[in-house]
Write a protein that binds this ligand. Structure first.
Ligand code: ZN
Length: 383
């Protein structure tokens, strides 16, 4: 191993390298998959890919994953005939997507993920606090943190947050593709090329309907503050994000877990400069997504490191610091990853790129994982 590769290894270990938004549990639950096996990482959207299974994470020397458990919204199957037919042909998963309560299914998904972890407890362990992450890392293992994407899984019952907190969930992304009981979300088919197909499918997003945060949404935020859970504003409309910023008043870190910036992709999903500053004021973080369609408007570019860098650098320019830049790959969601980082085993390419840009080791460590650890310590419940 040459000295540059040794430096990369050291940086990954010391940061520790953290992906704050990835979905290993989704396909493991849908297809009853073994997370200790690698299936494929093709560099295009492929539902059967496995980009962040434990093999790829270990290969990329990833130290911490914030595992985003996502229970697909029923509207995905119900509102589009074509999707319904395709998914019906995959009968075992069809019933998982149309039956049962969201909350129950999410708990099952978490159970399965924990079972996969427990198969090799000497290599991966579930962390239930920021201190736990440190302890697990000191043992040289991957620390997995439970997070949830989509407040629809609460099913309008704020007490479900207590159940999630008890299970060790650190963060909730308040909305997802469709409007839910909490509030309004961005229409993902607007402005992001890879999701334009959803418009053709005729999905009804009920986007932008006031109120942007409902009474239930306010109650959720209040309870999350009490339980010391981290709020993720990704997928919310700008109006709803601003309401969250006002409610939190910079007192606890706010996250945007997987996104790009409006400077390079001016669509409603991206963060504008004001929002970047609000997250900075809260001492929160922005996970830069590894998907070119989010990072640049109408791009055919297949390599992504230049775009990831431009986004990171823009956040740095706006905030005049590197304290809010993080990695939120979105691997194993509905992602079309860049050619130069197709899965978690290739995070070293980003580190190599940041070294080439002349960043100091201290700054690189912040981006790779230092910021993530600081946010967990400040924003997550203390055990
Ligand atoms: Zn998402």
């Amino acid at each position: 191993m040459n000295s540059n590769e040794q430096r990369i290894d050291k940086l990954h270990k010391e940061a520790p390298l953290t992906d704050m938004h990835c979905h290993p549990s989704l396909k493991s639950w849908l297809f009853k998959r073994n997370l200790w096996r690698h299936y494929c990482s093709w560099s295009f959207t492929w539902p059967w890919s496995s980009r962040c299974d434990f093999k790829m994470l270990e290969k990329g020397k990833v130290g911490v994953i914030w595992t985003s458990h996502y229970m697909p919204e029923r509207q995905i199957v119900k509102q589009c005939c074509l999707t319904r037919i395709i998914i019906f042909l995959l009968t075992p998963i069809y019933w998982k997507l149309v039956k049962g309560s969201y909350m129950k299914c999410t708990l099952q998904m978490m159970d399965r993920f924990e079972k996969q972890i427990n198969r090799k407890p000497d290599r991966v362990e579930l962390a239930k606090s920021a201190e736990d992450v440190k302890r697990i890392r000191a043992l040289g293992k991957i620390a997995a943190v439970h997070t949830i994407e989509g407040g629809h899984i609460l099913e309008g019952n704020v007490d479900n947050l207590n159940i999630l907190a008890e299970r060790g969930v650190a963060l909730l992304t308040l909305t997802h593709f469709f409007r839910n009981e909490i509030g309004s979300q961005v229409d993902i088919s607007k402005g992001i090329d890879s999701f334009k197909f959803m418009k053709i499918c005729g999905y009804n997003f009920h986007q932008d309907e006031p109120p942007h945060l409902t009474e239930f949404g306010y109650a959720v935020i209040e309870r999350m503050k009490e339980l010391s859970m981290i709020i993720d504003v990704c997928h919310l409309t700008h109006e709803a994000r601003n309401l969250v910023f006002k409610l939190i008043k910079g007192k606890t870190p706010i996250i945007a877990s997987h996104t790009g910036v409006a400077k390079f992709n001016p669509n409603p999903y991206s963060l504008n400069d004001n929002e970047i500053l609000e997250i900075h004021k809260s001492k929160g973080g922005i996970g830069v997504i590894f998907m070119n369609a989010f990072l640049k408007e109408e791009t055919k570019q297949k390599d992504g490191l230049d775009l990831i860098w431009s986004t990171m650098n823009h956040i740095n320019k706006v905030t005049k610091s590197w304290d809010n830049v993080m990695i939120g790959s979105d691997f194993d969601g509905l992602t079309d990853p860049p050619n130069d980082v197709v899965d978690s085993s290739q995070f070293g390419n980003l580190t190599r790129y940041l070294i080439k840009k002349g960043l100091s080791d201290d700054i690189i460590k912040k981006i790779l994982g230092g910021n993530a650890q600081r946010i967990l310590e400040k924003g997550w419940k203390k055990n």
